[in-house]
Write a protein that binds this ligand. Structure first.
Ligand SMILES: NC(=O)c1ccc[n+]([C@@H]2O[C@H](COP(=O)([O-])OP(=O)(O)OC[C@H]3O[C@@H](n4cnc5c(N)ncnc54)[C@H](O)[C@@H]3O)[C@@H](O)[C@H]2O)c1
Length: 255
């Protein structure tokens, strides 16, 4: 049975992984979900799945490296549904590049998605959220941005650290208008990104990581999605400018 939809969330990179689980969690919580991604088949299938489960969702193709596409999409969504209630800046890439191969182009490729891609979507959505006097923005950082250094991923670590500064600056600038901005720093989460042997831990490396995670298991995308949903909710109404680590105790347990 379809429910009364009063709130709208836009999620970048929502076709798979953490973004996908986040879309499903927000749909279950009664949000209309604007699923966006460069992965058109996965994004469209997810929107269909949410609708078939009685939720409300739309898929829109969006490459977060394009300012024009981002601005146009936000304008289209706002025309249809008004100011966004929540933006989840989730799209990200983690490509292994040793220092000797880390050219300006490779550096920029990661920053364009992982950091500039976030400001593009926030910058487009903020004016109407501000005017509405409410809303929540959640950006995905990483334990590699808040605590660890990651060899052969200097560009990724730097971009994810940049997300912390982005969250803090935006939080202060938007606080008076009632718009809150927070981040989540996931630990090791079972998604395509972490499962990539070429660019990250790979399946075996991920399983081995469970041995030194105090909670004894790798995270699932749903573990992150639920915290993002909490940050968007009124339960987090007095929180802004924070980046919450969600890692099964990894950072506090390794010494
Ligand atoms: N999986 C982990 O262990 C982990 C840990 C820390 C942080 N993160 C962060 O969480 C976020 C989600 O990661 P994930 O693990 O679900 O990864 P994933 O690879 O499963 O999903 C990433 C999503 O981003 C999309 N994307 C990539 N480039 C894009 C672009 N230019 N425009 C729009 N969308 C684009 C992809 O199509 C995909 O849907 C990322 O920001 C990632 O860096 C993940």
């Amino acid at each position: 049975m379809s429910q009364l939809i009063e709130k709208t969330v836009l999620i970048t990179g929502a076709g798979i992984g953490i973004g996908r689980s986040t879309a499903k969690a927000f749909a279950r919580a009664g949000y209309r979900v604007i699923v966006t991604d460069v992965l058109k088949d996965a994004g469209a299938a997810l929107a269909g799945e949410i609708e078939s489960e009685g939720g409300a969702a739309e898929f829109h193709s969006l490459d977060v490296t394009s300012t024009d596409q981002t601005n146009a999409l936000v304008a289209t969504v706002e025309d249809r549904h008004g100011a966004l209630d929540c933006v989840v800046a989730n799209a990200g890439i983690a490509i292994k590049v040793p220092l000797e191969e880390l050219t300006d182009e490779r550096w920029d490729e990661t920053f364009d998605v992982d950091l500039k891609g976030m400001i593009r979507i926030v910058r487009a959505a903020a004016p109407k959220m501000r005017a509405a006097g409410k809303g929540s923005i959640v950006c995905l950082s990483s334990i590699m941005g808040v605590a660890y250094g990651w060899d052969e991923h200097v560009h990724y670590s730097a971009a994810k650290s940049g997300v912390v500064g982005l969250v803090r600056g935006l939080a202060v600038e938007l606080a008076a208008s009632g718009v809150r901005v927070n981040g989540v720093a996931p630990g090791y989460i079972r998604t395509a990104q972490a499962l990539s042997k070429e660019n990250s831990l790979g399946p075996e490396g991920l399983e081995a990581a469970a041995d030194f995670i105090p909670m004894g298991r790798v995270g699932e995308p749903e573990d992150i999605a639920d915290v993002i949903l909490f940050l968007a909710s009124t339960a987090a109404r007095y929180m802004t400018g924070q980046v919450v680590t969600v890692d099964g105790g990894l950072l506090v347990g390794r010494y």
